[in-house]
Design a binder for this molecule. Sequence first.
Ligand code: AVI
Length: 328
Amino acid sequence: NNLHALADLTLPASKKESQFCKDVISGLSDTPKKLHSKYFYDDKGDQLFQQIMAMPEYYLTRAELDIFSNQTASLAHAIQIEKGPFDLIELGAGDASKSKFLLRYLIEQRIDFTYRPIDISGHILKELEDNLTTAIPSLSIHSLEGEYFQMLEEATNNSQRRKVVLFLGGNIGNMEIDQAYTFCKDLRHRLNAGDIVLMGFDLKKNPHQILAAYNDQQGITAAFNLNLLTRINRELEGNLDISKFSHYQHYDPVTGACRSFLVSLENQKAMVCGNIVCFAENELIHMEVSQKFSRDQIADLAMTSGFINQHYLNDTNNWFTDVIWIAN
Ligand code: AVI
């Protein structure tokens, strides 16, 4: 183990005990080293992700927007609006650019529902509430800041209404496959039979197209990855030298895993959270997986987790799919 705890008196105890610090230290002690992509989203990370979504190579957001803007009525019927009042819970709501189409449609149809966006970023939620209140004044919105399942539990404890859970953007792809199975099973346990999940999956397709979406010419994805090192420096009193790491992206068309790494450009040492971390030249930090799925994989995920795979809504190019699952 190349990580040594130092008696560091400068870092406040609260920082050393934070989950962020623990996760970073444990990830950088692993072989291979890893960091969790959920930590990408500080204010700068939110901004960079907005830029990624606007990039010509990053087709995912436009594909799902195509589904939400052109098949809104089908989506609304797929979530069974005729079955009466419900809570529409969105995990990782972000800027709700897609769900906005559905929200507007439901309001126009005078459907009784409450929108409950969940996001780890308070900054994003505040902006979202402001925007939605202006765009759709009659919308009932109660946001929840925090981790998905903690907040889902809070949402479930406070209401007896049926639930429709949105998990869009291909966010499920940011979990390793076994974690995705665990996640869907946990999600099912927190729902009642008949509740609905609407989940977005990025599909396997031409590997060149997938790689290009994460290996953009302008280097925005690289900056998005490197920004986590900047965040560690700022929040965990680190002194990682950002110029000594470079972004490397890899797509495996057989497994469907698109992975990003940072490569250490030389032998180096840095302080993080009162610990010394050593990097060998060319050593990798695994940063993120963006898993791509086949329809068979999606059907298996649904069935194994206790959902009936109701149907698929695809974008015009068949690149991305939003799937409706009903809790069995
Ligand atoms: C949020 N998530 C679905 C994005 C993705 O495609 O995996 C995050 C991202 N990472 C690099 N580009 C976009």
